[in-house]
Write a new protein. Sequence first.
Length: 228
Amino acid sequence: MEPAHLSGPGGLEATPSQEPSPMPRFGWTRVAMALRPMWDAPSEVLRVEIAGHRPLIIDVATDAYWSDTALDALPIEPDELRVGRESRDAESAVSDGPGNELQAFLWYVGLNSFPGELAWWLQRDDRYRLQRWPNFTTLAHTPDHVRMTSLLGYASLTVDELAEQANVAPTEARRLINAFSLMRILRSETPDVAMARPAFDRPVHVATAAAPAPRSGLFRRLLDRLAR
């Protein structure tokens, strides 16, 4: 079966007088960005094709995914990855039997996407707090993950505060926040808008709030390109 609406990884061409610049890999970042609108498309599933593996099928409506490959056997930085949306009725894997728990897959994708940065729908200055505790019995985790999760369960913290209080590198704090946001178990509060909300879809600021300055640089431009 040919997947619908497939898109391959983007790239930039170097000029003849320049050496190609190292490019961050966007395999799981592409999946994270494709997953966000799926909660508004209950009749569709997401199909992920990774070179050397059978396709993964993700159905957020039933909180399940199907894969012949264990999560710990998937590449952390896949060289070749394609993502497409399909009708649930057209995907036979959904009717083959119960799938795997989706939260474990979202955890894996969240930890391994947006290399070293916050997910593009999140803001560094926002304060984050857990809505509910994750089921660590089904998630591959470290003591640092548990320590950061405990802090987020009792206080609203910025990413920098979380890293400092948990005594971890800021990169690790960002990875955890990304994962919990993708799992939809996190709430955020913007300093200039005293209102808690899901840290998954950012609403438009009220008219009295100052609009955030647009982000720039190679990473921002690449994310914008992937989101099209």
